[in-house]
Design a protein. Structure first.
Length: 565
């Protein structure tokens, strides 16, 4: 009531022109926007899929039309993910604004259908460097700077600013790591304090193992984890139980008993046929009603149409009318998370074409001895992005195999560069052609360091990153048929590029250059003429959304389906 009166009062003084538009807006925001917070914590072990849970909760809220954004805390001291090894940490995700962030951001974007910004990623590295900068500037003059309150205040200040700027109804905060880790302890403490200031609920994502010997779901790890969370001064409002099989009534009752929570707050998050089903599964358990009530959100109508659309995507992923087999030839294939965006982009395209995708993960080094028979039964081949020499020759062999056997090919960043190398070697006869990344002394450096990269010493955040405009220069191309427009924006992450010295020669030998940067300086896409084969310097997989698949993946999959027929 008070809020409404204040807003009416504000409108009146705005009408009388006593305050300007900008001031009105700031005041309006301060009175009107009261963001509520949902904090997702992980317990027992890592890798339970907090990103999928966070995304699903946001999706549910967006079905109601609430304005929602995620924030992710990561305790490591790296400034961002850019300098991490995908083999250990999973894929490095890149946003439009050049930020190199945790792969969970990929999940948020795929579910929400939005392009997010780097400020939503708050790492230990960023927080510590900012606080030291503030201290040097004299912001804390006379004080000893401490984790509590200075660091925790800074964290809260940051998320409050974001919540205000975007006028969020709800912010969903995912705390990376597991409760009990030293790394994320100050983030968790900040969340305890946040709950003192703002309406906040906590979700604990836990793991329920099942021991084969006893055939029973065990809740003890969850009970201990709950105590650890309580020890931080936080009482979770919901417990989401990850398990291989649906949560048994017995396990649910036991957890409820030990945590003082009502049974309806202990939710099942057992394995589903596809991750995109989780919002539906949580809705079926009445999670939406609970959270709206707990957060005292303004009542809004559930958008049935949007929900049905999502459901139909999920159904097509679960039960497609046809299937194809796609080989992904990479060097980090043992850790599937390293190529998660490629995998999900295939899923999205598959949902659109009503086609299931069976991925055959192939370790590129295994293809170096010349035996490529493993590729014989596939309907399409992808060489994804990558860095460093290991496995390069195996990838080149795979590309040659695709070209010579007319198997649809999609090259992503490194996969495009190697498509050029293969063409130079095997069609143009430039023996030993290579990228200078792998052989700095090659006679034919068809791929070379971008001039803008020369002299750069620092490794963090210095590649050609983020969203770049690209012009499709040939209308009779796979590129144009896929995007159906002249200018497209895709995300990039690379230091090397097609060497313009070889443009003429490669073109004369039949390689199609179908897209360039608008200033015509950089080659963005190349194609084979006699069959489906396209390489892009960008990473279109990074912008693929469940409801808006990446165009190149759709046409690639379409070609794979046709070939299979
Ligand atoms: N290593 C190559 C480069 O830096 C390709 C990078 C990538 O695939 N993301 O240009």
């Amino acid at each position: 009531m008070l809020r409404k009166t204040l807003i009416r009062f504000l409108r009146n003084i705005q009408k009388s022109k006593e305050i300007g538009k900008k001031d009105f807006y700031i005041l309006h925001r301060n009175i009107y926007v009261q963001t509520k917070f949902i904090v997702i914590l992980g317990s027992v072990l890592s890798g339970l899929g907090k990103g999928v849970v966070t995304s699903s909760i946001m999706k549910i809220l967006s079905f109601y039309g609430y304005k929602v954004l995620p924030v992710k805390f990561d305790g490591y001291l790296n400034y961002d993910c850019g300098t991490m090894n995908p083999y250990r940490h999973g894929e490095v995700f890149v946003l439009d604004d050049k930020s190199e962030v945790d792969m969970d951001f990929g999940m948020y974007e795929r579910f929400l259908g939005k392009n997010l910004t780097g400020e939503l990623s708050i790492t230990g590295g960023k927080i510590f460097s900012e606080i030291i900068e503030k201290e040097r500037r004299g912001d804390y003059l006379g004080n000893d700077v401490q984790i509590i309150p200075h660091l925790t205040d800074l964290i809260i200040e940051k998320i409050e600013k974001i919540a205000k700027r975007y006028e969020l109804d709800v912010m969903v905060i995912e705390v990376g790591g597991t409760v009990g880790d030293i790394e994320n302890s100050y983030f968790i403490e900040a969340m305890r304090q946040l709950a003192l200031k703002h309406k906040t609920v906590f979700v604990d994502l836990t793991y329920i193992p099942k021991l084969d010997a006893v055939g029973e779901q065990k809740t003890k790890p969850t009970q201990y984890a709950f105590k650890t969370i309580m020890g931080s001064g936080i009482m979770p409002n919901y417990i989401l139980c990850r398990s291989s099989e649906p949560l048994s009534e017995k396990a649910r009752s036991k957890i409820a008993l030990y945590t003082n929570l009502d049974k309806k707050r202990i939710l099942d998050d057992s394995d589903l046929a596809t991750i995109y089903e989780l919002p539906i599964h949580l809705l079926e358990q009445g999670f939406d009603k609970l959270i709206i009530e707990d957060l005292e959100l303004e009542k809004k109508e559930f958008n049935k149409q949007a929900f049905e659309k999502w459901k139909s995507i999920v159904e097509r992923i679960k039960e497609p009318s046809k299937r194809v087999k796609i080989a992904i030839v990479g060097k980090y294939v043992e850790l599937k998370d390293a190529y998660i965006s490629v995998k999900e982009a295939l899923n999205h395209a598959g949902a659109k074409l009503d086609c299931g995708v069976d991925i055959k993960w192939i370790e590129s080094e295994d293809l170096e001895k010349g035996d490529l028979s493993i590729l014989k039964d596939v309907d399409g081949i992808i060489v994804p992005g990558g860095f460093g020499k290991r496995g390069i020759e195996g990838k080149i062999n795979a590309i040659r195999f695709a070209r010579e056997n007319k198997i649809p090919y999609l090259g992503l960043c490194l996969g495009m560069q190697l498509m050029v190398v293969e063409y130079a070697r095997n069609v143009c006869g430039l023996e030993g052609a290579n990228s200078t990344e792998f052989n700095p002394k090659t006679k034919y450096n068809v791929i070379d360091l971008m001039p803008s990269q020369k002299g750069i010493k620092n490794k963090g955040g210095t590649m050609r990153l983020g969203s770049w405009k690209c012009e499709i220069v040939d209308k009779d191309s796979i590129a144009y048929r896929s995007y159906k427009k002249r200018f497209v924006y895709e995300r990039h992450r690379h230091r090397y590029e097609f060497n313009n010295k070889y443009r003429k020669l490669l073109k004369e030998n039949g390689l199609k250059i179908s897209a360039l940067t608008p200033d015509k300086r950089l080659v963005e896409m190349v194609e084979w003429r006699s069959q489906f084969g396209i390489g892009t310097q960008a990473h279109p997989e990074l912008k693929s959304k469940a409801e808006e698949p990446a165009p190149l993946f759709v046409s690639f999959l379409d070609a794979a389906i046709s070939r299979k027929k």
